[in-house]
Design a protein. Structure first.
Length: 323
């Protein structure tokens, strides 16, 4: 139970590693307000004494590198923006206002990319999976088919919706029959919310293009191994390139960028302050349990003035409404 995160500050060519048990799903909110409050948020607790005490790819749900030397913020986290690419772009666009002269980067490679930034090898983070969960077509809950698949074969391209994760992508050409079963439509009006991933398969040239909304550790290497003998291209979160490659009518959900920005500002207003709590202790008290992981007490409250944050959000609202 928790939303575990690793936090890193780089300063004067040195870096310090921090841990929080509960902040991964709030990292977007806590980082939004600029470098001063971001650093203050991270430094509420002492850094870990051991530079090897990182979370692995299974347990890490958010992470950040705040590099004050180079003015780079590399991170991933939050809730909705992890899955929704257009919403994330609206968030990052608004976030830039509070980070002038900084480069804000979304870590598509997850905790492996975060660790690599400070020289930690990916082997420290990767966990060998024994699961073999492939792609599926969900019929009972069709709106859960959250991945766009297009198949180019014999001079035509067909599209469809399918359910599957990064793990399924790594299983290689063995997934072709289920992908071809899903991709039957000469044109597609997407059913449900924005897809969280996609793959474009060109059968004759043995080429795979793929993208994911969620950060994914070592995805490129895992897909290359799984699709041995194929050319594989990771588009990261560039779903527009997938649509261009497919060159067919695919209607994804459309939302106005300004409306997405308003949605972001509304969420920030409602959640801009947070007091650190450990729900595990509340549950343990209710059930009279004495066994509690002490790491669940490692948490952080929001920092900064709520009044000042609300004023900032009001100014941003006026800015996006200006002609």
């Amino acid at each position: 139970m928790g939303q575990r995160a690793n936090l890193v500050i780089v300063q004067q060519h040195n870096w310090h590693l921090y841990y929080d048990h509960w902040c991964a799903n709030r990292l977007d909110i806590e980082l939004f307000w600029g470098p001063r409050l971001a650093r203050k948020f991270i430094e509420q607790r002492k850094p870990l004494p051991n530079h090897q005490d990182w979370l692995d790819e299974v347990w890490c749900e958010g992470a950040v590198v705040l590099d004050e030397d180079r003015k780079i913020l590399l991170w991933y986290g939050g809730e909705d923006i992890k899955y929704d690419i257009p919403l994330r772009r609206a968030f990052l666009n608004l976030m830039k206002n509070q980070w002038p002269d900084w480069s804000i980067r979304w870590a598509t490679g997850g905790i492996v990319e975060i660790g690599a930034y400070v020289g930690i090898p990916e082997e420290l983070f990767l966990v060998k999976s024994t699961s073999q969960s492939g792609f599926m077509i969900l019929t009972e809950f069709p709106d859960d088919n959250d991945t766009l698949v297009t198949i180019q074969q014999q001079g035509r391209c067909l599209a469809g919706q399918i359910y599957g994760s990064e793990e399924a992508l790594g299983l290689g050409p063995s997934q072709l029959p289920i992908l071809q079963e899903a991709a039957r439509e000469p044109m597609l009006v997407w059913f449900g919310e924005m897809p969280v991933g996609g793959l474009h398969v060109e059968v004759e040239t043995r080429t795979l293009h793929y993208w994911r909304a969620l950060p994914a550790e070592a995805l490129e290497e895992r897909v290359q191994r799984g699709w041995s003998g194929w050319k594989t291209v990771w588009l990261k979160d560039d779903f527009e390139e997938h649509l261009r490659l497919a060159s067919m009518v695919i209607q994804l959900p459309h939302r106005d960028f300004t409306d997405l920005q308003r949605q972001v500002l509304g969420s920030l207003r409602a959640r801009c302050t947070h007091e650190a709590v450990n729900p595990v202790r509340e549950i343990a008290a209710r059930y009279e349990s004495a066994e509690i992981n002490p790491l669940t007490d490692v948490n952080r409250s929001s920092v900064g003035s709520e009044i000042e944050k609300l004023r900032l959000l009001e100014a941003l609202e006026c800015k996006i409404q200006a002609p």
